[in-house]
Design a protein around this ligand. Structure first.
Ligand SMILES: [Zn+2]
Length: 201
């Protein structure tokens, strides 16, 4: 995929570059952590950029993923879901769209209040993300929250690994603070004491 100008400052870009040599903005955005540094105006510029990419390269995952992340960042959950679905369809090998689809599906609700079919769906997506990127502490954290805030809270049987198992597993593995913030905004959890166990960077 070829970027001809920077989405943020409009400077011309050479095909080999991944970020702008003037303003340092990234041309490909794969995580919410990066986008949270931008205000509404900056996000809108990225929305336009990724829309253009998605329409010019509908079979590449980056445009759809980037667009979904912009929508997720601004709380437009149904639009985010559609973009992540599209990214999964054209680039099933990327882990991020599965994880972020799960977040946009939960859309700020409490896990314990979700119907079983939705929990299963969210869990499947989180598991697929983890299969594709098995070291991700972030994906494991979402699975841990599902174990405690859905299964345990609703008095259901919790299959191993349990939340404490998972927290022990990711002990000392740093998770980006903007990703934690996004997780907290998308997934309401009454007891946030799990946060004390997380190493944040
Ligand atoms: Zn620039």
């Amino acid at each position: 995929m070829q970027i001809i100008e920077c989405p943020q400052c409009g400077a011309s870009a050479s095909p080999a570059e991944h970020k702008c040599s003037y303003c340092k903005a990234e041309f490909f955005v794969t995580s919410i952590a990066y986008l949270s540094g931008f205000d509404k105006n900056g996000l809108n510029k990225y929305v336009a950029h990724f829309k253009k990419q998605a329409s010019e390269h509908p079979n590449g995952g980056e445009g759809w993923l980037g667009l979904g992340l912009c929508y997720l960042q601004t709380g437009l959950f149904p639009m985010a879901q559609k973009s992540f679905e599209k990214a999964i369809q054209v680039a099933p090998e990327l882990p991020q769209p599965y994880y972020y689809f799960a977040l946009s599906k939960i859309s700020g609700r409490r896990l314990m209040s979700l119907p079983l079919n939705e929990i299963r769906e969210v869990e499947n997506y989180a598991n697929t993300a983890l299969q594709l990127e098995s070291e991700s502490a972030l994906y494991k954290l979402l699975l841990a929250l599902i174990k405690s805030d859905y299964y345990e809270e609703n008095g259901l049987m919790v299959n191993a690994p349990t939340m404490p198992d998972i927290l022990a597993e990711i002990d000392g593995v740093p998770v980006n603070k903007n990703e934690i913030e996004r997780l907290r905004q998308c997934v309401l959890v009454e007891d946030e004491s799990y946060l004390e166990e997380i190493t944040i960077n």
